[in-house]
Write a protein that binds this ligand. Structure first.
Ligand code: ATP
Ligand code: MG
Ligand code: MG
Ligand code: MG
Length: 432
């Protein structure tokens, strides 16, 4: 017997089919039972009519408990009242796996309880909607970069040298050597861009962040494009085009999931309009100071209230350009006229969602890069392969990193980043 899922419902209207599903809820009266079912693809209703199916099957339907798995047979019917547009008139039920005392009930549960049961919490329609949006963003990423002539390159996850020399690294052993889990594949992507021109990566990154915010995960996934023969201003155009493409793809393909999350689609539509505003770091500091933020002086990095204030000046994401050199990593290119700032930008999402992209033009001069490596107290030996990129046909190039879960959190309008990844790794949590 071939099982279908409800995303094929349209092709089977009026036909009797079988679906593998779980019971999410149930309601019954004397002659009719409504089963709320989940088949992985959708949440839908099954109707059991006592007069049609007979007493025995009706009793089975009435006794079903939450999360019992079934093979349910029935006729697909159109149902204009439901979001999906289809329901199932049940003609047969075969219980596959029983379920008793399922811990997540329709009542409200606290966050800790839900996080302890993340393996089951994933079954909710809300988590399903978020994962569908996550999936769409991944799919559209591959589509966008392939259309734009990029190739996907996978940088290593185990590395021998520390990319930015920070304290946020996870140490591990590589046989007898010291090794680290990747914080960013960027330096490797620069090598790939020198080989293949336009490249992008998509993979996990690890940061031992001691901060407990609603935007930081310990393990998160990042898209990192790198483009040879490209200056920072052109890179900004790629970034905004990419983000607008992701938003449009979600609008086009995730309509019912946005509805499940009660996301304001009119707001999202604004985010597809280009260009996004650009503001310099200098002007951002001045604007903050003029608006009562006394806690920030030129040279400081922005915190989330500052980013939110700047983002609120626009109805779309905003780029903040050219941060002070002292607060940015060694590989960013100095501004040609202003040695105190670098050619970089952060893209800040609206609605208080904070930084979603960090990017820059790279320092590609051998001499200056060597000096930077020394200044940052990094080992020249570790970076000798990286310096080679500037020895043999160095070209101007730029790149950026977009945090997948930041993007998912913003687009789905969820409050905390922990819901944007199936099994979040947080400061105090590595279970389940
Ligand atoms: P933040 O200032 O928010 O800590 P960052 O400047 O340290 O971010 P980058 O090193 O620029 O981050 O990384 C590129 C992108 O990766 C960020 O713009 C963000 O979207 C995402 N990102 C960074 N750190 C995290 C994290 N801990 N959890 C989830 N996403 C992250
Ligand atoms: Mg950070
Ligand atoms: Mg930052
Ligand atoms: Mg950044």
């Amino acid at each position: 017997m071939t099982l279908i899922t409800m995303d094929q419902a349209k092709e089977y209207v009026g036909q009797e089919i079988s679906i593998g599903a779980w019971v999410t809820n149930k309601r019954s009266s004397g002659k009719i039972a409504f089963l709320q079912l989940r088949d992985g693809a959708h949440y839908f209703q099954g109707i059991v009519l006592k007069n049609d199916v007979g007493e025995e099957l009706f009793d089975v339907a009435k006794s079903l408990t939450q999360e019992t798995s079934l093979i349910v047979k029935g006729i697909i019917q159109e149902d204009t009242r439901s979001k999906l547009g289809y329901e199932l008139l049940v003609t047969g039920i075969e219980v596959v796996g029983e379920s008793h005392d399922y811990p997540i009930t329709p009542k409200e549960h606290g966050t800790d309880f839900l996080m302890d049961h993340r393996h089951l919490w994933l079954r909710s329609s809300r988590q399903h909607a978020i994962m569908k949006i996550r999936n769409e963003i991944i799919r559209a990423t591959y589509e966008f970069f392939n259309q734009e002539g990029f190739i996907k390159v996978d940088p290593p996850i185990l590395t021998g040298s520390a990319p930015e020399g920070t304290t946020e690294l996870f140490h591990t052993k590589y046989f007898d050597e010291e090794a680290y889990l990747s914080q960013s594949g960027q330096l490797y992507m620069e090598a790939a861009a020198m080989a293949f021109g336009k490249v992008f990566s998509f993979g996990p990154t690890f940061r031992a962040e001691k901060s407990k915010t609603r935007r930081h995960l310990i393990e998160f996934w990042m898209m990192e494009p790198e483009m040879a023969f490209m200056h920072q201003d052109q890179s900004l155009e790629v970034q905004e085009k990419y983000v607008a493409y992701l938003v449009q793809s979600v609008l086009d393909n995730c309509d019912i999931y946005l509805d499940t999350l009660e996301r304001d689609k009119e707001l999202l539509k604004k985010y597809t309009q280009l260009p996004y505003d650009r503001i310099s770091y200098d002007d951002a500091v001045a604007l903050l100071n003029a608006n009562g933020f006394d806690d920030i002086v030129w040279g400081d990095d922005f915190g989330s209230p500052h980013e939110t204030f700047i983002a609120n000046q626009s109805d779309r994401p905003v780029f903040i350009l050219n941060y002070p050199k002292a607060i940015k990593p060694f590989y960013m290119k100095e501004h040609p006229d202003r040695p105190e700032v670098v050619l970089c930008a952060d893209m800040i999402a609206p609605e208080g969602y904070g930084e979603i992209i960090g990017g820059s033009e790279r320092e590609v001069d051998y001499q200056r890069l060597s000096e930077q490596i020394e200044k940052f107290g990094l080992s020249k030996e570790d970076y000798s392969w990286y310096l080679d990129l500037r020895k043999y046909g160095s070209v101007p190039h730029s790149g950026f990193g977009l945090g997948l879960e930041r993007m998912v959190t913003w687009i789905s309008g969820t409050e905390h980043i922990r819901e944007s990844i199936p099994f979040p790794r947080l400061l105090n949590r590595i279970y389940p």
